[in-house]
Ligand binder design. Structure first.
Ligand code: NAD
Ligand code: MG
Length: 406
């Protein structure tokens, strides 16, 4: 009997994860149907996606983009309906017609629709880690209450998920590491493009250098996060929520080859790891097909070509962002939301050439000192902390950018 197709909305379809998702879907037209896609401003890409995948809806951020998109779709005789704005993202993430949402918008902007998908009980393929950093508790509560199926797409968390016992995998965020005989989650990190640079050299690196990751091809924001090790910090917080893991049991291991995507260390001495070529289509295919396995177009791992695997401890002196993330999740409350918002502002200013790479952690530290104790029990309070942090971090970064250019 033919199986029913999974019907999917892809939030952030024009980005790196969105494109990899569409690549996997295109390999399995018998299994997947694209119901809706979104993109911020990349009209040409959205037209191409609509032509190839025939979604019912295409969502953009602004009315001006929608006008242009409608014209181009009409010119190419593509039927999709164009919707606009944050509410439309929530509509496509919760539509009754779909069962699966790929949450691949970058930054806190992705949180409302990702949370809505969880509340609606969908299968949520979670790439947007910022949702968990900003609103981890609320998001996990929504998943538990609605019975949504949450599958981590971030390669490290997907690796940990694959390395967990089957029982734990059913409800990871309600299980206990101790009861499952797990001592540690070992989160691997490539170390980024500046792993071997001195602190003095880090002050002068350029945005172009920072977005050139040695192993992975990714969007600009996560590439800078990888270079500063903030990405690993965000992932520690992500792992804390996804796997109900005490922060002290999450250890970061720098592994420059990015072949081991993460590991689970058990009480009996066993360490279970997931390995593969560094290609996001593997975790995406895993999430799309779970519990089955489907072809993802990924190059098989050639261990003879790789020849060796190296490991080292992270250097928190040169990469203070990782330490700041640990402090934020230990502090709890609004601190992770503040960390995330300040980092988004810092990365934006760094990419615009307005602050130095080494000022990213300085801006985050200043923001944490100012706002970590803001109220955080409701979504409104967390969004207030997010906004407050952005405004003050922007003011500070503008002040600093003046100094940099002098
Ligand atoms: P990207 O910059 O390539 O794509 C981001 C997508 O979000 C685009 O479709 C863009 O149009 C959309 N977008 C941007 N701003 C928006 C806004 N304000 N409102 C609505 N849509 C907006 O980013 P990416 O590398 O694909 O990363 C997406 C998410 O996945 C991030 O949270 C990232 O941390 C996570 N992730 C990415 C990778 C990777 O390999 N790229 C790996 C693990 C996790
Ligand atoms: Mg990752």
């Amino acid at each position: 009997m033919p199986q029913a197709k999974r019907v999917i909305s892809i939030l952030g379809a024009t980005g790196s994860i969105g494109q990899s998702t569409l690549d996997v879907i295109a390999r399995h037209p018998d299994r997947y149907e694209v119901f809706a896609v979104s993109g911020a401003t990349q009209i040409t890409k959205l037209v191409e996606i609509a032509e190839q995948f025939a979604p019912r809806y295409v969502v953009v951020l602004q009315e001006a983009n929608a006008l242009e998109l409608r014209e181009q779709l009409k010119a190419r005789k593509v039927q999709a309906e164009v919707l606009v704005g944050a509410d439309a993202l929530i509509e496509i993430a919760t539509a009754a017609e779909i069962d699966t949402v790929m949450a691949a918008i970058v930054g806190a902007a992705g949180m409302p629709a990702t949370l809505a998908a969880a509340k609606a009980g969908k299968r949520v393929l979670l790439a947007n880690k910022e949702t968990l950093v900003l609103a981890g508790k609320l998001f996990m509560d929504a998943v538990i209450q609605s019975g949504a199926e949450l599958l981590p797409i971030d390669s490290e968390h997907n690796a940990i998920y694959q390395s967990l016992p089957v029982d734990f995998r059913q409800h990871p965020y309600q299980s206990s590491l101790a009861q499952a005989g797990i001592e540690k989650l070992l989160l691997t990190a490539s170390g980024g493009p500046f792993r071997t640079r001195s602190l003095a050299e880090l002050a002068d690196i350029t945005p172009a250098e920072a977005i050139k990751h040695p192993n992975w091809s990714m969007g600009r924001k996560i590439s800078v996060d990888s270079a500063s090790l903030m990405n690993k910090g965000l992932e520690v917080i992500e792992a804390h929520w996804l796997f109900n893991a005490p922060v002290d049991q999450i250890e970061v291991v720098v592994h420059p080859q990015s072949v081991i995507h993460s590991m689970v260390q058990y009480r009996d001495g066993s360490v279970i790891a997931q390995l593969g070529s560094p290609d996001m289509r593997t975790p995406i295919a895993y999430g799309l097909a779970y519990p089955e396995r489907i072809a993802a177009g990924v190059k098989p791992l050639d261990l003879f070509a790789i020849a060796r695997l190296d490991f080292e401890a992270p250097d928190l002196q040169r990469f203070p962002c990782l330490g700041l993330a640990y402090s934020a999740i230990r502090h709890g409350g609004a601190a992770p939301a503040v960390l995330n918002a300040a980092n988004e502002v810092a990365v934006e200013y760094f990419l615009a050439g307005k602050i130095r790479f080494t000022q990213i952690p300085e801006l985050i530290e200043a923001s944490l000192s100012a706002h970590a104790d803001l109220a955080s029990s409701s979504l409104e309070e967390l969004l207030y902390a997010d906004q407050c942090t952005r405004l003050s971090a922007q003011r500070l970064a503008k002040d600093w950018s003046f100094k940099v250019s002098c």
